[in-house]
Design a protein around this ligand. Structure first.
Ligand code: NAD
Length: 297
């Protein structure tokens, strides 16, 4: 089975490395030539374009920023669907609006091309380790065919429902992560302004009910003032926007999601869109006039 992989960013690059390590032949494409060169140096083949990459692949994976990017790469002129062979399968692993997944899946079905939406959680560290959590939408037969490929990149791969369900699950994930980071930020700012060492507070609570994967990953970054992404603020804003759009279409109120999205927009206006999403804490710090860091001894 030959794999095509389009989108060699923070996530795509290590995912390609794990597919190659798993024994697959991988043709790659990205609009950034340097990223293609880096993947080729790691054992991939240069696909040439989205169309040509698709034409030589049985499974075509996309890992792009947002829905409009996936729409353009798959359905646009010279795109994946123009090159894809009947019987091949497109697995979009980007986090996008579920309605865009459904639109693309319908266009693929008309050309006898299978489609899965298969967004991931776990960020760059788990993309590197090949231990991503992968949430899939699609039919069982298509899922079964692509499962061995997905298992080279993730340690948990779950079929959550029909096309679109993967991205609904991912939106639910992103709501929980964003609100968790914001709550952690408020908690650590309060503790720091009260004169406590935030590291001591983190260590005191992490084994209790407030402990979480988010806390373990993000509190050390905040305390160490390391906001190198990771997962960028502008991508998380995109996810919350998609969650609010989905909520609006189903008449579901998402007040906490809306509040954190406003924080993210404000941070983007401050020029912080490229920072890791742990930098949500800096919004809360600004309101409190306090930075989360160990007290000066
Ligand atoms: P990124 O911006 O680092 O990478 C995207 C890549 O796509 C870039 O290399 C860009 O040049 C390329 N690209 C854009 N349009 C293209 C096109 N038309 N044709 C070919 N290449 C194109 O983003 P990322 O952090 O790797 O995230 C990718 C997706 O995964 C996003 O939807 C994001 O929300 C999701 N995600 C990211 C993380 C994370 O921690 N970074 C975690 C989970 C999910």
């Amino acid at each position: 089975m030959k794999i095509g992989f389009i989108g060699l960013g923070i996530m795509g690059k290590p995912m390609v490395r794990n597919l190659i390590k798993g024994g697959y032949q991988v043709a790659v494409h990205d609009i950034t030539a340097a990223s293609v060169a880096e993947a080729v140096a790691g054992g991939a083949v240069a696909g040439g374009s989205s169309l040509k990459t698709a034409a030589q692949s049985d499974v075509i994976i996309t890992m792009l920023p947002d829905g409009p990017d996936v729409d353009a790469a798959v359905l646009g002129a010279g795109g994946i669907l123009e090159g894809a062979r009947p019987g091949s399968i497109i697995a979009d692993m980007s986090s996008i609006n579920p309605t865009v997944s459904q639109k693309i899946a319908a266009a693929c079905a008309a050309k006898d091309v299978g489609f899965l939406d298969a967004p991931v959680s776990g960020g760059e560290p788990k993309a590197i380790d090949g231990t991503l959590t992968i949430m899939v939408g699609g039919d069982q037969d298509t899922f079964d065919k692509v499962l061995p490929v997905l298992q080279k990149m993730g340690s948990s791969v779950t079929l959550t429902g029909p096309v679109g369900a993967g991205n609904v699950t991912k939106l639910a994930n992103q709501i929980m992560v964003a609100c968790n980071i914001a709550a952690m930020g408020e908690a650590l700012v309060l503790a720091t302004k009260a004169g406590l060492d935030p590291e001591v507070v983190f260590n005191a609570v992490k084994g209790g009910l407030a402990g979480s994967t988010v806390l373990n990953a993000k509190a050390p970054m905040v305390i160490g003032r390391n906001f190198k992404p990771g997962f960028r603020i502008e991508l998380h804003e995109k996810d919350l926007r998609n969650a609010l759009l989905a909520g609006e279409s189903m008449k579901v109120s998402l007040p906490l999601t809306s509040l954190v999205q406003q924080m993210l927009i404000s941070l983007m206006n401050e020029g912080k869109g490229g920072l890791d999403h742990s930098a949500i804490v800096t919004f809360i710090e600004r309101m409190a006039g306090t930075e989360v860091k160990p007290p000066v001894k």
